[in-house]
Design a protein around this ligand. Structure first.
Ligand code: PMP
Length: 459
């Protein structure tokens, strides 16, 4: 690898000129960037050549790791053939046409249609606009409220951030109301009441949802949005039957079910889509990340035929469906996504995710015994490890101690990259990891936890 400037120069440029995503900008001036220069299989390499197993697949997206030649070649071929073209006003390119057919055939949604965007936030925003459009078309424009969950993460555009239930995503942004309401997250470990059984907790949450719909008036509620497994909110695997019970309530009141599959879609939970793992049939799904293995920015909304028909009829009356992006269905992105789906099918991805998930689950049993660990949860090849100061209770660390962040920092010394969501450690490795690499993730995590425990004792 050659650089046009010396590493010192571009690191200095990054400190001076790059306003980073989800980063403390003042700390960045002092600390500088953590520069990743190259990837190989599930590994990435930093400027000094240090090798890390990336157990979160970049940001939950690099499902095929960091050096898939077929994806690189699909991208290169597309760049050489038709590097850019839009899809407004009936324009198409062969890759996007084929890709839409492939996604529609995979989706557990009847007569599915696919709308393309450039990432998860745009997909979520598009899905909400489509829900509003749908209700308008049916003569119920008063249905505007979107019900989300406390602690949810749905992205960073205005609407996606507003739907998010993480306080940090709201602080100082002064976001407008946007007709969003919240119900409690399905986090039994943290939010279950003393003596409450999981089934009672589930019933309580579902009753809370129904009460909210009745209190606000069903004629004002457009949709409910949830991830099958809440990712950035702390890898929260819902209690069995919770989301299916939610769907029953939504159907009773004519409320749409929006499944945010940006993390869970494309195999992560051991099925093609997370909604299949948790037993719901959404009206719409947002997808991104794994759709291209993260190799090109892409997102999309998969809609049911019924929702599409209503929207299409209204759009016809209006003239066109006046929504879309310059790069919706971009030919290079679409070609990479199409090749990604081919590879997933050849490797029988859901089964592979299930097998790797079982191996990871076995390994995490050791992690669950660690004194710093209160709870381990997993669905498919996606897991969360929650850190606590006292396993009985359980008692969390005070946020100022930043124990999760310390684990993230220390894990790099072990050649491992994980992500800390507060004090929850997220694990979401590429599907190309070997059983030995699964063992490595677990062993390196245990060594990291030991190191952090020693640090905590010293202070
Ligand atoms: N929804 C979920 C569930 C996500 O995890 C994310 C991103 N982590 C988004 C939406 C937003 O996606 P993007 O960053 O591609 O806009």
């Amino acid at each position: 690898m050659t650089f046009s400037n010396s590493p010192g120069d571009f690191e200095a440029a990054d400190r001076r000129s790059h306003f980073h995503s989800q980063t403390n900008p003042i700390a960045h001036l002092a600390d500088g960037p953590f520069t990743i220069v190259r990837g190989e299989g599930p590994y990435v390499f930093d400027l000094d050549g240090r090798k890390y197993l990336d157990a979160v697949s970049s940001l939950w997206c690099a499902s095929l790791g960091f050096s898939d030649r077929r994806l690189a070649e699909a991208g290169a071929r597309a760049l050489e053939t038709l590097p850019v073209y839009h899809t407004f006003n009936h324009r198409a390119n062969p890759a996007v046409s084929e890709l839409s057919g492939e996604i529609a055939a995979m989706a557990p949604i009847q007569d599915a249609r696919v709308f393309f965007a450039n990432g998860g936030s745009e997909a979520v925003d598009s899905m909400v606009k489509m829900a509003w459009y749908y209700h308008s078309a049916r003569g119920e424009p008063s249905r505007r409220t979107i019900i989300s969950q406390t602690g949810a993460f749905h992205g960073s555009t205005v609407m996606a951030a507003r739907l998010g239930g993480l306080p940090a995503m709201h602080a100082s942004f002064n976001l407008p109301d946007c007709h969003v309401a919240y119900v409690g997250r399905p986090h039994f470990y943290r939010d279950g009441l003393d003596g409450e059984k999981e089934a009672d907790f589930t019933d309580r949450l579902v009753a809370e949802l129904e009460a909210l719909i009745i209190e606000r008036g069903p004629e004002t509620i457009a949709a409910f949005i949830a991830e099958p497994v809440m990712g950035a909110g702390g890898v929260i695997v819902p209690p069995d039957g919770y989301l299916a019970a939610v769907q029953t309530v939504l159907r009773k009141y004519g409320v749409l079910y929006l499944s945010d599959e940006v993390i869970c879609g494309f195999g992560r939970t051991g099925q093609w889509f997370g909604c299949q793992s948790v037993g719901v049939e959404p009206d719409m799904m947002s997808v991104a990340k794994g759709l291209s293995s993260g190799y090109a920015p892409i997102g999309g909304v998969i809609l049911s035929g019924a929702v599409f028909e209503t929207i299409a009829g209204e759009a016809d009356r209006n003239g066109v469906f006046s929504h879309g992006f310059t790069y919706s269905g971009h030919p290079v992105t679409s070609a990479i996504a199409l090749e990604t789906l081919r590879i997933y099918k050849e490797m029988n991805l859901p089964a592979r995710a299930g097998e790797l998930g079982l191996l990871l689950g076995e390994g995490l049993r050791t992690v669950a015994e660690h004194p710093l660990v209160g709870n381990v949860r997993r669905l498919g090849y996606l897991a969360g490890v929650e850190l606590v100061t006292e396993r009985n209770g359980p008692v969390p660390f005070s946020p100022e101690m930043k124990v999760g962040a310390a684990v993230e920092r220390r894990s790099r010394e072990q050649g491992l990259i994980i992500r800390n969501l507060g004090d929850v450690i997220a694990i979401c490795p590429p599907f190309i990891t070997s059983p030995e690499e699964v063992d490595f993730i677990v062993e390196a995590l245990v060594r990291t936890l030991d190191a952090v425990q020693r640090d905590l004792k010293r202070h």
